[in-house]
Design a protein around this ligand. Sequence first.
Ligand code: F6P
Length: 353
Amino acid sequence: MQKFRKIGVLTSGGDAPGMNAAIRAVTLAGETSGVDVVAVYEGYQGLMEGKVVDFSTGSVNGIIRRGGTTLYSARSPEFMLESGMQKAIETCRKFEIDGIVTIGGDGTFRGATDLTRRGIPCIGIPGTIDNDVTATDATIGYDTALNTTIGMIDCLRDTCESHARCNVVEVMGRHAGYIALESAIATGAEAVIISEIAHDEEAIIKRIADLRAAGKRSFIIVVSEGMGAYGEELTVKIENATGVESRFARFAHVVRGGVPTVADRVMASQMGAKAVELLLEGKSNMVVCKRNGRIVSEDIAYALTVDRMFKGKLKEGDLDPFTEDQIESMKALCEIRKQEIRDLYDLVEKTAR
Ligand code: F6P
């Protein structure tokens, strides 16, 4: 087994509240285990450019309560190229980095796999507000983004109630409807619209008209980002069809910032410590996951493939490296995720009035 003397930690892709708690946990758990820790600033771009700094207890003092990522983040097209990869490996050799903990979403994990294949062992930690990493029940940042989102929807509800209006609100989540679904439930929204499930526009408009006729003053319709420009169109349709004055709001990146919640801080700390443990056990190319309340690990290749399976993006040959049992377990996991989404959607529909 390789003897680890120095490990690196980096954040990549979209930032997420709680990433700092993971950075802190990696640094402190690393120190406790007797390895040196270095921080790589600006993700894989920084790794290519050698932005490496020694980290110790003092470096992470007080960061657990801060939003964003104190290591900064970047999306790096050059890292996708072999030339970029070689620069990153060069940095690892120069700074004698024996392994890296990479915090981010699926793009981050692809980078981690590429590095592992070229001799730099990596462990991934899922950090994205979208909660769209199929292999884990939760990603770092999701809970905070959700809480920020519901706070803002509650504010919209106040003003809608005062003015007897409808507000259509687009919430973040690229292709994933989790933020839309759970924020709709938590704010008592009158409808939710996500790209994963076909909705009945006429029924939603009729619901608003009927509720207004019954005396209801305010309406909140949550639309996920994956619906493109649909939220703005729907706002006009609702006003024209029902006569209820309607407004559109897009929360966008504002929900990616802010003070991380307890749930995100705790899970990020657990995942950070677990990632160090895995590296020191000689494991690599794994992603730390939360499943059924436990912190576990999954092979990155498995995690990326089940993700593509769930998103309907499997390419020819993607399943070839896996056994029948693994493929069956991927299918089962996709079913669980589909059912989760369906159940949340049905709950909104059942309780929307
Ligand atoms: O993946 C996190 C996320 O915030 C998505 O919700 C959103 O679609 C995307 O990132 C925005 O990316 P960017 O920060 O590059 O605009």
